[in-house]
Write a protein that binds this ligand. Structure first.
Ligand SMILES: [Zn+2]
Length: 496
């Protein structure tokens, strides 16, 4: 068992991120007659109250400036897990004991769920029960019809309360268990999510409805590896899913240009949550802490959410790993013209400084706000065409020109988040082709957007620093342990 990987997949294409927008899996069935969309059978749940609490959004800024999927919340985590190969884990991942951290929202439900476990054992199979699987394109009405139930019975059921109304959100591949006698529904069971099951029984008048819950156990898992040719191969060898590797890259993308900087010998260590029910792995949760050693330079990241709800990945000193600005408002687009104070203007033919960076991209490509701020201009501006200017905290302004249009809701005064789409690439104004002209202005002076030192996002607030350090210290210790173990293994391998 070697931590060294010998992958064939080059790293350069890593940023293209298959499935970058594949997070829309849930199908909403507004009405019983609505068809289930033609979707993959994967379920992206997490709308159950307990599971949601346990998998809050991973992302300090759910954006990516390199085309990679945004850091994922529960939905995408669930997707990635579904595609996982669970078998590879044993080699490199040490499942440790369940975390007793106060942030484990699942822990609270353990006791009440315990009581339900006995009920769970109650059989819902046997001659009186029938299981119907939801097919792609199915409707609740069709499913109930196959179960021998009328539309009226379905209507009564889903209108019983908001728990039965959840049946309107079903997914291809789901199973609904029916107990039907004399054309009347006697019982129904449906797994709402990993932990909760909807249980319906015929009552004296109407239906008795309950939710059976199983306790979700949170474990902290570790994975580490050394890059030979590809971080993806090394990550997979360490038992990380594609989604987890993308999230790992997303954490460090501000410090490491994963398209260029990754070297053979780079090392990573990750501690992440993983969820279990009855000792069975259900899916993985957020990355809690990670270390990436790039060309011998180690960067640590610890996930933290302060009591005010600010969250992100911070170094052990509490500094934000995220920068206050993304470098490229249009992702991977080619730079067609750089910052050049002495340039000759391509249309006018006269010497005219180019005080920004041009990104060539097809008309309609979304343009993202480089940083959080307030829109101070959103209209035509001479040769700039349709232009947005954002004022950022303190000393910064960014300008986006030649747009084909503005994103809906963008006007003067609008508050925007980092990464929010503000408009679309176009060719308005004095241009030769569709591109984004982007300017970065600090203290009233134009800077080279590709070179300027970007300020970091907000650090952990001083009043929460003690809390942060108390949480970060054990996680950093885990990273140290993993790293040390890795070095020992590498040393042993070298001796052989
Ligand atoms: Zn330009």
């Amino acid at each position: 068992m070697s931590l060294i990987t010998t992958g064939m997949i080059g790293f350069g294409s890593g940023g293209s991120g298959s499935g970058a927008s594949g997070d829309t899996v849930a199908v909403e069935l507004g009405m019983p007659g609505t068809r289930v969309g033609d979707m993959v059978a994967q379920r992206a749940r997490g709308n159950g109250s307990r599971t949601t609490a346990a998998t809050m959004d991973d992302s300090p800024a759910a954006v990516s400036d390199n085309g990679a999927p945004a850091d994922s919340g529960p939905l995408r985590a669930a997707n990635a897990t579904a595609a996982d190969m669970d078998s590879g884990w044993a080699n490199y991942i040490n499942a440790s004991t369940g975390s007793t951290d106060a942030s484990d929202d699942t822990a609270g439900s353990a006791a009440e769920a315990e009581a339900d476990l006995e009920e769970l054992a109650a059989p819902h199979e046997g001659p009186e029960w029938e299981t119907i699987e939801v097919r792609s394109g199915d409707s609740l009405a069709a499913i109930f019809s196959r179960a021998g139930l009328s539309a009226g019975e379905l209507h009564r059921l889903i209108n019983t309360d908001d728990r039965t109304a959840q049946l309107q959100r079903i997914y291809p591949g789901d199973e609904i268990h029916f107990h039907v006698e004399s054309d009347a529904l006697q019982g129904l069971r449906y797994d709402i999510d990993d932990a909760d099951t909807l249980v319906v029984a015929r009552g004296d008048d109407g239906f008795d409805v309950s939710i059976e819950s199983r306790a979700i156990e949170t474990r902290v898992k570790h994975a580490s590896g050394t890059v030979n040719s590809s971080l993806f191969v090394a990550g997979q060898d360490a038992g990380l899913s594609h989604g987890q590797i993308m999230r790992l890259m997303n954490i460090f993308k501000w410090q490491v240009d994963f398209g260029r900087d990754v070297r053979s010998g780079d090392m990573f260590s990750v501690a992440y949550e993983s969820y279990y029910i009855d000792d069975e792995h259900v899916r993985d949760g957020p990355i809690l802490a990670a270390r990436y050693v790039n060309r011998g330079n180690a960067i640590d990241a610890v996930r933290y959410e302060d009591p005010d709800g600010n969250r992100g990945f911070y170094n052990p000193e509490g500094e934000n790993l995220r920068k206050a600005f993304i470098r490229r408002p249009v992702g991977d687009a080619r730079i067609s013209s750089g910052f050049n104070p002495n340039r000759k203007h391509p249309v006018l033919g006269v010497r005219r400084p180019h005080l920004g960076t041009d990104f060539a991209a097809p008309s309609g490509t979304p343009i993202r706000a480089a940083g959080a701020g307030r829109v101070v201009h959103a209209s035509r501006k001479g040769g700039y065409g349709r232009t947005v200017i954002i004022e950022h905290a303190g000393r910064y302004r960014t300008l986006y020109a030649h747009m084909s249009g503005y994103a809906s809701g963008i006007s003067v005064g609008t508050r925007v988040e980092q990464g929010q789409t503000i408009g679309y690439v176009g060719a308005s104004g004095l241009v030769t082709g569709a591109h984004l002209h982007y300017e970065f202005i600090k203290d009233g002076v134009h800077r080279n957007p590709m070179r300027v030192d970007l300020p970091s996002g907000d650090p952990v607030a001083s009043e929460h620093m003690d809390d942060f350090i108390a949480r970060a210290a054990p996680l950093v210790a885990q990273l140290d342990d993993m790293h040390e173990e890795q070095e020992q293994q590498l040393a042993m391998r070298d001796e052989e």
